[in-house]
Write a protein that binds this ligand. Structure first.
Ligand code: NAI
Length: 335
């Protein structure tokens, strides 16, 4: 049955890479009716809203979206559209699979980590204020409901995919109450729903050191919002960078798929962005909507193109010379 999917092009490199991803999915035979809807800085200029009502409405109706990256001003201006979408649709679980890709040389081999990040609480609650001039406060929120929900998600995810271990990174030695609650709930959920899954807690500074020393020691990482944001980029660096790591944001009845990377303003409009991460996010989305034969076709195609490693078929960030379009053509040729 044809599935309606909302496509949010986003800002910077977003429109170009999402168009290419759509083309690749169509070439793989995905049975999708795309509803293009705006959000982000561009949407604000055109419609006067960062997330126009028609975008909220379309996601509410379809329950699935593929999103390009969205620019957020640094240190001033509007609050993050991504955070707003995640909160509005209660997309509490960000899932970012990080794996060594054929043909992409890095310091490590056979890395296979899934970063599971709590997406709605922590420091990203956006509760900041000036107490007196020169003193600001940023409030970190952790609720028992939110901590249990993400931990339950992580252990269920591990069981469904036959993974072996969940490691929680925390700083409960300093943030005894908020991170303390996070590990208490993780431990409780391990006992309740994590049968057969190994469970480990590491203080995050030590965890990061161990991660770059031996990433193969890790399987699933479970983190609160801020740590998850930072550590997922670190993990991307282990396997070749932001161009090769997909992501999904899951709630109980809605999912938005997007690459881990941002809008890359430094290369926007040059036609050289790597569309692979958003294409891989599209593969996660196709599996989510039960269109796994199209998903497999695309995955086989990019594994082949990367393994062959022809410079003219891969983008600059991973050692080639291909444009965004040329990379997409190479994938379509292999299907
Ligand atoms: P970024 O991920 O946009 O870029 C970091 C570096 O990686 C840049 O050198 C960029 O050229 C490169 N890069 C990123 N994606 C690439 C791709 N697909 N192909 C080739 N090279 C790529 O991070 P940055 O510069 O910190 O953020 C830029 C903007 O993006 C900010 O406004 C930020 O808030 C936003 N952002 C949005 C996200 C989202 O919508 N999910 C996630 C992260 C950042």
């Amino acid at each position: 049955m044809t599935q309606q999917v909302v496509l949010i092009p986003g800002d910077g490199i977003g429109p170009q890479i999402t168009q290419v991803a759509k083309r690749v999915m169509e070439a793989a035979g995905a049975d999708i009716e795309w509803l293009d809807r705006p959000a982000g800085a561009g949407a604000f200029e055109e419609f006067g809203h960062l997330i126009p009502p028609q975008t909220f409405e379309a996601i509410e109706n379809c329950h699935v979206a593929l999103k390009g990256p969205i620019t957020t001003p640094i240190g001033k201006g509007f609050s993050s559209v991504n955070v707003q979408l995640r909160k509005h649709f209660k997309l509490y679980a960000a899932v970012r699979p990080v794996r060594s890709m054929p043909g992409i040389k890095t310091r490590y081999e056979n890395v296979e980590i899934v970063v599971i990040r709590e997406n709605t609480e922590g420091l990203y609650s956006g509760l900041e204020h000036e107490v007196v001039p020169g003193v600001v406060e940023s409030i970190k929120v952790a609720t028992e409901t939110g901590c249990e929900r993400i931990a339950r998600f992580a252990f269920n995810y591990a069981k469904q995919r036959s993974r072996r271990k969940v490691t929680v990174f925390h700083k409960a030695n300093i943030m005894k109450m908020s991170d303390g609650l996070f590990i208490k709930c993780s431990d409780r959920m391990h006992k309740q729903v994590g049968e057969g899954i190994e469970y480990q807690e590491l203080i995050i500074d030590n965890g990061c050191m161990q991660l770059v020393r031996d990433p193969n020691a890790f399987d699933i990482l479970l983190l609160e919002n801020f740590y998850g944001d930072v550590v997922s980029d670190l993990c991307a660096g282990l396997v070749g960078g932001l161009g090769v790591v997909p992501g999904a944001n899951f709630g109980d009845d809605c999912a938005i798929f997007e690459a881990v990377h941002g809008s890359a303003p430094d290369i926007a409009g040059l036609g050289i962005a790597n569309p692979l991460a958003v294409i891989m996010s599209g593969v996660m989305m196709l599996n989510h909507i039960d269109q796994s034969s199209a998903a497999d076709k695309i995955k086989n195609a990019y594994d082949l193109v990367l393994a062959e490693g022809n410079c003219e078929e891969i983008t600059r960030d991973i050692g080639g010379t291909a444009s965004t379009q040329e990379f997409a053509e190479a994938l379509i040729k292999r299907m």
